[in-house]
Design a protein around this ligand. Structure first.
Ligand SMILES: [Zn+2]
Length: 219
């Protein structure tokens, strides 16, 4: 009887839905694709069986439990020191972080954010263009769904460094464009795609995001 109870409690724990917290706060350039991106990520996370909270209010970090934190096209300094500490503790203690596109154009005054969590900061971008993304590592859930050469249109960021201690997944013209890494007990994933509204309707980009979220929620 006791053993059955333990198994039931274990199963209940396994099936508890994970919560994905999407933050799209901006304190600089604001992408017109944010609303479309929130809808797409909500659909994808819901399909994965997750609950979703989407907000522009970082105060939520103080009073909400979540399993994956998404910075969707955030820009500028959007966090106070207490919120920075909460996010660092969350990741180091086993949480998942997903940065999309201008997440790399965020929190320049918080060294841990760019140097460790994101792995790099945005520097500049040429005009939107069609390019070929090369899959460098096809063993990850976010890349095994992609063709080896993935032709797509986006705004391609140049970053201030090659991310250290990260697994490079995608690159464009020898520039890294998506990567992931483990930070203490947590995981972090960054993709440079996601500037345009249209991108969030692309089947392959949605598969890429689905793979990233699934990797982050299946710890
Ligand atoms: Zn952009």
């Amino acid at each position: 009887m006791v053993r059955c109870l333990i198994i039931l409690i274990f199963l209940a724990g396994c099936s508890a839905p994970k919560t994905v917290l999407i933050i799209s706060k901006t304190n600089g350039y604001r992408h017109a694709s944010i609303e479309t991106g929130v809808i797409a990520l909500t659909e994808i996370a819901t399909e994965l069986g997750c609950k979703v909270i989407a907000t522009e209010d970082t105060l939520i970090l103080n009073n909400t439990n979540y399993d994956v934190l998404v910075f969707l096209n955030t820009t500028g300094n959007i966090l106070n020191n207490e919120e920075r500490e909460l996010i660092r503790n969350f990741v180091e203690e086993g949480g998942g972080f997903l940065g999309i596109h201008s997440a790399a154009d965020t929190e320049y005054e918080w060294p841990w954010f760019g140097e460790t969590l994101l792995g790099a900061w945005f520097v500049r971008h040429p005009p939107i263009s069609e390019e070929i993304i090369y899959v460098v590592n096809d063993a990850h859930p976010a890349t095994k769904c992609l063709p080896t050469k993935w032709k797509c249109t986006d705004e391609w960021y140049v970053y201030d460094r090659v991310p250290k201690q990260a697994t490079l997944l995608l690159q464009v013209n020898d520039h890294p464009i998506a990567w992931c890494s483990e930070i203490e007990n947590g995981r972090t994933f960054y993709t440079g795609r996601g500037h345009t509204k249209e991108s969030y309707k692309e089947t392959l980009f949605r598969e890429h995001l689905r793979g990233a979220l699934s990797w982050l929620t299946n710890k």
